[in-house]
Design a protein around this ligand. Structure first.
Ligand code: HEC
Ligand code: HEC
Ligand code: HEC
Ligand code: HEC
Ligand code: HEC
Ligand code: HEC
Ligand code: HEC
Ligand code: HEC
Length: 427
């Protein structure tokens, strides 16, 4: 409909010899930023007469007043793409910016890496920002990064095909604590995808991509059963497994280590959908995934594979809990002093995330190393152990995952012994 109207308008303009407002934008920007105009010309937007001013407004007309151009947020896209906007808003990507800012470590990092969008903020610029979040960003002097849609459909081509390529996910889903790109691309699923692209498999050969498993049928709503943290409620029936999960929840600050009661951090976790908090919401996501696997595998085979992933996570949590308890004992014995800002006299994994101890509290200088090993065990090696299982990658699952966790645990135990001996010598 819109297309018909704007085509008609354009025709009338051309016939009447009237310069449309965008001629000025195009004329000037072809000189100053030709690549941009070129990309726009190649887009479905240009083809459908969606012009520069549809997204940027008409207030900026000269080289001097360029700051009056609107930098369009997702709501501008929603005017014409309500369906994608709504499903994006219902998914986990919509919480990216909020979770980032909820982590204490973020506020120790240089603004260039957050608001400036090249560190944490480069990947966490996902989510529709509230007016308050926008105001905060502007107050710090940063006016870009208003749009998450261009994270998969880059400007100014805004292509659907680009977003279907698994490389669209790579920039963010790689590296330290979520190397899904590395795991998938070197798994048999990824191998088949690349072999097919090279023409070495028949045209119709199946090869699942990130999008195939996580954004089925064009939905923009993403969520997995376990999520990033790999914790959930209700607690498992097995007593040891339940106790280990509780230990991890304490180290995440979600449960009070002294009373075992939920803390305010649990409310924050709920608000950003960080973990599934009842059986039904976990099972719902799991069932969706099983349906995807069953397109190409037998349902029984797929269920066994995912059940094994759950079992590995439980086994990884046994190692993790032992490590946390070892460090926690040092806090309780007064060998490690509770850093300022920690909610409890207990290791606090979320606060330490990606910082070094010296940054957080200078008292931590000498004693922080053991906490750093604990942090690495949680965010790097435990993540690998189960994420790799789900992404069918043997090397990551064993060498970078399970094997490294056992090394971390050994190191933590050795460090605890040394710290205890040093402490006794001083006393
Ligand atoms: C007289 C030349 C001229 C015209 C006409 C013009 N622009 Fe610009 N525009 C500029 C210059 C110069 C900049 C500053 C960017 C730079 O340094 O390259 C700019 C910047 C922008 C920016 C970035 C704003 C920011 O905050 O960084 C947008 C968006 C933009 N123009 C869109 C448009 C649109 C849409 C139109 C038509 C309605 C338009 N421009 C017309 C020259 C022009
Ligand atoms: C479909 C909407 C849309 C259209 C059409 C569009 N833009 Fe943009 N443009 C964006 C978005 C989104 C951003 C990123 C905003 C941000 O980072 O906050 C942007 C950013 C920019 C910037 C600043 C960032 C940079 O990379 O330089 C300039 C300049 C710009 N656009 C110029 C143009 C020009 C010129 C046209 C027409 C040829 C155009 N835009 C058409 C959506 C659009
Ligand atoms: C004024 C209406 C309008 C606005 C605003 C608009 N679009 Fe579009 N967009 C269209 C039309 C029309 C098409 C082509 C038909 C279709 O695919 O729906 C399109 C197509 C697309 C496509 C599919 C392109 C392809 O390769 O098939 C993407 C992706 C897209 N838009 C993203 C965006 C994003 C992101 C924004 C905001 C930055 C935006 N659009 C703003 C009208 C708009
Ligand atoms: C290379 C991109 C990248 C960088 C840099 C990055 N993150 Fe992330 N972050 C992600 C991705 C991708 C996820 C989701 C991973 C998953 O689910 O496995 C994520 C997940 C998270 C989560 C959990 C969200 C949830 O709901 O489970 C938190 C909290 C977080 N990041 C905080 C940070 C902080 C703080 C920084 C900087 C100190 C940071 N991230 C840097 C990409 C990044
Ligand atoms: C995480 C990556 C990602 C983000 C972020 C993203 N998209 Fe998409 N988008 C996709 C993928 C993948 C497709 C292709 C879907 C398909 O054809 O199966 C797509 C397709 C589209 C299409 C084309 C639909 C069609 O039927 O051709 C539009 C329009 C679109 N997205 C708009 C948006 C808007 C608006 C936003 C922001 C609210 C957005 N996208 C954010 C991944 C993304
Ligand atoms: C064959 C299907 C499949 C493919 C392909 C796939 N994943 Fe996954 N992904 C899964 C399964 C299964 C899980 C775990 C689901 C659960 O918790 O039950 C998962 C979990 C995730 C998670 C949550 C944390 C984790 O790793 O457990 C993220 C983020 C993710 N995948 C991103 C990606 C990205 C990015 C790609 C492409 C580089 C990708 N996935 C490819 C099936 C797939
Ligand atoms: C610009 C960075 C960025 C890109 C590009 C990106 N993601 Fe994400 N993704 C994130 C961040 C950040 C999170 C964590 C957000 C949160 O949970 O608060 C996330 C979370 C996820 C999750 C949810 C995991 C969970 O906790 O359940 C899945 C699944 C996912 N992404 C898949 C994809 C796929 C598939 C693509 C490519 C089509 C993609 N992402 C592209 C940054 C990105
Ligand atoms: C689009 C089709 C497709 C989907 C969807 C898919 N797979 Fe696969 N998968 C394959 C193909 C093809 C192979 C290669 C078979 C082989 O190794 O002979 C494979 C290989 C595997 C392997 C390795 C098998 C081996 O013998 O080494 C496992 C495990 C696996 N898939 C599990 C899953 C799980 C779990 C899911 C769902 C989360 C899933 N797959 C979704 C097509 C798919």
């Amino acid at each position: 409909m819109r297309k018909t109207i704007s085509l008609a308008v354009a025709l009338v303009c051309i016939m009447a010899g009237v310069a449309v407002a965008d001629d000025a934008c195009l004329e000037c920007h072809t000189r100053i930023s030709p690549g941009q105009v070129n990309d726009w010309r190649a887009s479905m937007h240009a083809e459908n007469d969606v012009t520069c001013s549809d997204c940027h407004g008409e207030d900026h007309k000269t080289a001097e007043d360029y700051k009056s151009a609107i930098l369009p947020d997702e709501n501008v896209c929603a005017d014409c793409h309500q369906e994608q906007f709504d499903s994006f808003a219902a998914g986990k990507h919509n919480h990216g910016w909020t979770v980032l800012n909820a982590i204490p470590a973020t506020h120790f990092a240089p603004d260039e890496l957050i608001e400036g969008g090249r560190g944490c903020g480069g990947c966490h610029n996902m989510g529709i920002k509230s007016e308050a979040q926008k105001a905060e960003q502007l107050a710090k002097g940063y006016r870009y990064q208003n749009n998450s849609c261009d994270e998969c459909h880059t400007r100014h081509t805004f292509s659907a095909k680009e977003a279907r390529n698994p490389k669209a996910c790579q920039q963010c889903h790689m590296g330290y604590d979520h190397p899904q790109w590395e795991m998938w691309s070197s798994s048999k699923h990824g191998t088949r995808y690349f072999a097919k692209k090279d023409g070495d498999l028949p045209e119709g050969a199946v090869a699942p991509t990130c999008q195939h498993c996580h954004l089925q049928n064009g939905t923009h709503e993403n969520r997995t059963a376990w999520g990033f943290l790999g914790v959930r409620l209700p607690l498992p029936e097995d007593e040891q497994a339940a106790a280990d999960r509780v230990t991890i929840l304490k180290a995440l600050g979600v449960l009070n280590p002294e009373t075992g009661e939920p803390t305010a951090i649990l409310d924050a976790v709920k608000a950003v959908d960080m973990a599934r908090l009842d059986q039904a919401s976990w099972q719902g996501e799991r069932d969706k995934m099983l349906k995807v696997c069953s397109e190409c595998h037998s349902a029984k085979y797929a269920k066994e594979q995912l059940d094994m992933g759950d079992a590995i996570l439980t086994k990884a949590d046994r190692l993790m809990a032992e490590a946390i308890e070892t460090v926690a004992a040092l806090y309780q014995e007064g060998i490690i002093k509770k850093p300022e800002g920690y909610p409890f006299n207990y290791p606090f994994i979320l606060a330490l995330m990606h910082t070094n101890g010296a940054n957080w509290d200078e008292n931590l200088d000498d004693l922080s190393y053991i906490d750093q090993v604990l942090l690495q065990m949680f965010f790097k090696h435990r993540m690998r152990a189960y994420q790799a299982f789900f992404h069918v990658n043997p090397d990551y699952a064993y060498w970078y995952g399970w094997n490294m966790m056992t090394q971390d645990l050994g190191e933590i135990k050795a460090l605890a012994t040394t710290l205890r001996a040093e402490h006794a010598a001083i006393e």
